[in-house]
Ligand binder design. Structure first.
Ligand code: FEO
Length: 396
């Protein structure tokens, strides 16, 4: 398998996981890649990151298209999560001359994952000279694990920031401009929403530190998805700046589960009402749409509207699962409103309200509930309640 040139003396030697459809609960309909990079120095060569264990032969095949792996003198572990680190021992076996470096937290994590394996720590003060090319390092704690680290090669202005600027996107093109910048930015946003949303402050800080360090990348080569250069790189920076700032627009996301269709009927009437107020709305049935996609749609939305019928005195399990998911991602600084139908007794709305307001979302409106199948009068009331949601959304 071939390596792909990224910049002068740097090649992509990663792997494409076309079949991945779930990344720890985050649905990935377009698959992903695990990117690794080969850096040529006049004195020695470096490999930046490894891959998941089953893909090590593919990585080594791409490295071998450029150089004998045994000649690699350095392996940089930017991040210890197993999608990048589980293959480390197998890669080291093929590169016996290589020293291995990681951040201070990364050193501890490598030992934990690999039965006491000892590697060297590097930090912001360290530079490794490969001969004609140097590697600089920047710890990037909580972007998105404590061990995360960025590696920069100033001679060719190439930044390898691991998960930052990543996307779960398998493609034949290696660059954003080859697959289409709109698609790449959409996947960048899905990744940001599902991995980085609760860490926006840390992401903003790291983007600032890139500039403070005098790093001025013309190529950003992340560990997942496509590589950013030219206008696409500017678009990725602009998108990160927007999401880091928390900017939102007049948009509501209506999310529901339904048993016999009553809650769905309410959702449709409520969506109509919100639309009538000139507010953009997306409506999702949790039985049909992944939580990852809904979370992405929430990224720039001011309002979340949740609906569930009552089953066994509580909400349906899909809604409970979605709430569990966003409890971790903490989409705060948004309003939330609740609706649902019930038959012989309620309970779903109370349960949803307790769990979601505990995250920190603001619930300014009365709940909307309805018994059995909605009548035309009930649907008119749901529409009117939707208009109230629209007004409250615009007022934020
Ligand atoms: Fe792509 Fe945090 O691992």
């Amino acid at each position: 398998m071939r390596a792909v040139p990224v910049s002068d003396g740097i090649w992509w030697v990663g792997v494409i996981d076309w079949g991945l459809r779930d990344f720890h609960g985050y649905e990935t309909p377009r698959g992903t890649t695990y990117n690794a990079y080969l850096v040529r120095g006049e004195g020695t060569w470096a490999l930046i990151d490894t891959v998941k264990t089953p893909f090590v032969p593919e990585l080594l095949s791409r490295v071998s298209s450029i150089i004998d792996p045994a000649e690699i003198g350095l392996i940089v572990v930017n991040h210890i999560e197993p999608d990048h680190n589980s293959g480390l021992r197998d890669v080291m076996a093929a590169m016996p001359a290589a020293r291995v470096v990681a951040s201070g937290s990364g050193v501890k994590g490598v030992a934990e994952y690999h039965d006491g394996l000892v590697v060297e720590a590097v930090g912001a003060a360290d530079t490794i000279d490969l001969g004609g090319k140097t590697l600089q390092f920047m710890p990037a704690p909580m972007v998105h694990w404590p061990d995360s680290m960025f590696t920069y090669c100033p001679e060719v202005r190439t930044l390898m920031p691991n998960d930052a600027f990543g996307q779960h996107l398998a493609s034949s093109g290696r660059f954003a401009d080859e697959v289409g910048v709109d698609l790449a930015i959409e996947e960048l946003g899905i990744y940001y929403a599902n991995i980085l949303m609760p860490l926006g402050a840390q992401v903003a800080k790291m983007v600032g530190k890139i500039a403070d360090a005098g790093w001025d990348p013309e190529v950003i080569a992340p560990s997942h998805g496509v590589i950013w250069r030219g206008d696409a790189l500017a678009a990725a920076y602009a998108a990160y700046a927007r999401w880091n700032s928390g900017v939102k627009r007049d948009k509501a996301v209506v999310v529901f589960s339904t048993m016999w269709g009553s809650t769905k009927m309410l959702a449709e009437a409520i969506t109509d009402g919100i639309t009538a107020e000139g507010v953009e709305v997306d409506m999702y049935d949790l039985a049909l749409t992944s939580g990852a996609h809904i979370t992405y749609e929430l990224l720039e939305a001011k309002a979340l509207v949740l609906g569930s019928p009552t089953l066994h005195h509580g909400m349906l399990y899909r809604m409970a699962g979605f709430i569990q998911y966003i409890e971790g991602l903490k989409p705060v600084d948004r309003m939330v409103a609740f609706f649902g139908s019930f038959g012989w007794g309620g309970g779903a709305i109370k349960q949803m309200r307790e769990r979601v307001t505990a995250i920190g979302l603001d619930a300014p409106l009365e709940d909307f509930s309805e018994k059995f199948k909605p009548t035309e009068e009930d649907l008119s009331a749901a529409y009117a309640w939707g208009r109230e949601v629209g007004v409250a959304t615009k007022a934020r």
